[in-house]
Design a protein around this ligand. Sequence first.
Ligand code: ATP
Length: 253
Amino acid sequence: MSILEVQNLTKKFGGITANQDVSMTVEKNSITAVIGPNGAGKTTYFNMITGVYQPTSGTILLNNEKLNGLKPHEVSKKGIARTFQNIRLFSEMSVLENVLVGMHTHIKAGLIGILFNLPAIRKEEKASEVKAYQLLEYVGLAPLLNEKACNLSYGAQRRLEIARALAAKPTVLLLDEPAAGMNPKETNELTQLIKKMRQEYNLTIILIEHDMKLVMEISEHIVVLDHGEKIAEGKPEHIRNNPKVIEAYLGSG
Ligand code: ATP
């Protein structure tokens, strides 16, 4: 059963066509990878799905509900969370606070609780902290909860971004180059974490990634972009041997 239907997305920036008629069907609880050379249009595609950019044309349907026109926070409330290619943490805030920011309820509850000192809301705030702690345990960062985000290693910062995305309780999680800058050990841990999250949080995961070992190991479906267009899609074994994909992307490495 599909959860996300992306139909003919096109995005033009003035004279540049970043995406041209890119469609994909994402099955519930699957892992899909979007791959392709630099500048192929992968991040633009994520930006349209998450409401950062409005498509020039095309439709995005989540559980048959149209997402076009929604703002990023509205898309997030519908159940799509993401991480960014360039890590976007609140670097001077603690690890725990970064996860709390990802919780929709916390922001409201925290502000009202502080303003009016309401015990019920304080209790809700406490519950949010417990949940945030559990998420940090899940991604292996609980021992660092009071550390400033900027003091974490690169791999740990990427895991913190994932914990923050999970805090929004998504059904679909988009990861933009989650393994970028990671060493082989961190990449291996990330691979296990992605598999575990899909299973335990019943998540549908879509990732942009250049690490082909990771992509081939965890994806059921791969979409290949080149110059803004989809040039192939299918199972890893088919993509790996597709001459068009080898010529445009895989052969260059
Ligand atoms: P990379 O792997 O390097 O991150 P990508 O596949 O994610 O690349 P995009 O970042 O989506 O590619 O860029 C696709 C094209 O769209 C590029 O030519 C880029 O310069 C252009 N582009 C992206 N965002 C904008 C923007 N805000 N304004 C103008 N052009 C843009």
